[in-house]
Design a protein around this ligand. Structure first.
Ligand SMILES: C[S@@+](CC[C@H](N)C(=O)[O-])C[C@H]1O[C@@H](n2cnc3c(N)ncnc32)[C@H](O)[C@@H]1O
Length: 320
């Protein structure tokens, strides 16, 4: 899938690496707060079938997900306050900082992280898991299938949570959804399955899930500041969330606030995001400077633009 970053439209769209035109190009890593968006919890409606109304389901890597082109079409009816589909179309960009952060697409590092979780046989049973910057939410759904005790999903955009994440979670929790038979069929081009038919939901699975939209700082405040603060997460899964160095402070602090003292973050990223400026090494450097976490590369993918999965843990956490 092609992704469009149109931060610097005056630049050549060629394949040569584009220098990140960043305000902070000295050695100090930038810390600019550009993303402030109120946090909100989204609840699954009592009639769960409503979540899948007008959705077309497809499968990838053995999981159901909603066809995003159909969602994009239905979201242009002006009923969504954020109006991110029209804004993304008119700006020719899959990222509009502080407005739309890319969650309507499934980004390729999601698959790297899914592969890693399976290869490394990461155990989810009885764990509290956060899919941070979830978009389609496939990572959280994998955790849910692995019998996680609870799985929380966060995306910047409420439209993404309501139109993509929640429908995907519901689609994978309905009776019979464990029978998706196209395991490992990532390039599944079979026609989308028919429109969703009414089905029985597995309430135990869905009751383990909560959904949040908003900026990272705001969501962590909501999670920790309420009258019944959430306990910390054993695992935080996050893919393609370090493209913009301006968000590193908020992301780092959110991880520090929400991760259990012996928990692990698995973060998948491209080595560099041309035109935006972030990437694996820059984030590792940021982490090192903050002296809170240690990080190590646990998976490298060489094909195309180099990609990595990082494992991040508190410096004083117990080694596995
Ligand atoms: C490029 S998308 C990746 C989506 C998904 N993880 C994937 O791999 O397909 C980046 C995600 O990070 C989240 N995000 C980015 N910056 C954010 C911020 N400052 N606050 C909250 N969420 C943010 C958005 O929710 C967005 O969906």
């Amino acid at each position: 899938m092609d992704f469009r970053f149109n931060f610097f439209p005056e630049e050549d769209e060629g394949t040569a690496p584009r220098s990140p035109k960043h305000e902070h190009e000295d050695d100090r890593l930038p810390e600019k707060k550009v993303c402030i968006k109120a946090a909100k919890e989204h609840y699954i409606p009592a009639d769960v079938n409503r979540v899948l109304e007008n959705k077309v389901l497809e499968t990838v890597s053995g999981l159901y997900y909603v066809n995003m082109s159909v969602v994009e079409l239905t979201c242009q009816d002006g009923t969504h306050e954020e109006d991110i589909v029209s804004k993304s179309v008119s700006s020719h960009s899959d990222l509009i900082p502080g407005v739309y952060e890319g969650g309507l697409k499934i980004w390729e590092c999601t698959y790297d992280l899914m592969d890693f979780l399976s290869e490394a046989e990461i155990q989810f049973a009885n764990k509290a898991v956060l899919d941070l910057g979830c978009g389609a939410g496939l990572l959280g759904i994998v955790a849910l299938r692995g019998n996680a005790e609870r799985v929380h999903f966060q995306d910047y955009n409420s439209t993404v949570i309501e139109e993509i994440t929640m429908p995907n979670v519901v689609a994978n929790c309905v009776n019979g959804s464990n029978k998706v038979d196209s395991e490992d069929d990532r390039k599944n081009t079979t026609p989308p399955s028919k429109r969703h038919k009414k089905s029985e939901c597995l309430p135990d699975k869905l009751s383990k899930c909560r959904f949040f939209s908003g900026g990272w700082s705001e969501v962590s405040q909501l999670l920790l500041g309420s009258s019944k603060p959430c306990s910390k997460y054993d695992l935080i899964l996050t893919s393609e969330t370090i493209y913009n160095p301006d968000y590193y402070g908020a992301l780092h602090d959110t991880l520090a606030q929400l991760l259990d003292k012996n928990g692990r973050v698995y973060l998948a990223s491209k080595v560099h995001y041309f035109g935006v400026g972030g990437g694996t090494y820059l984030f590792e450097k940021f982490i090192e400077e903050r002296k809170v976490f240690r990080s190590s590369i646990v998976k490298e993918v060489e094909e195309g633009l180099k990609r990595f999965v990082l494992e991040i843990a508190f410096k004083d956490s117990v080694y596995n």
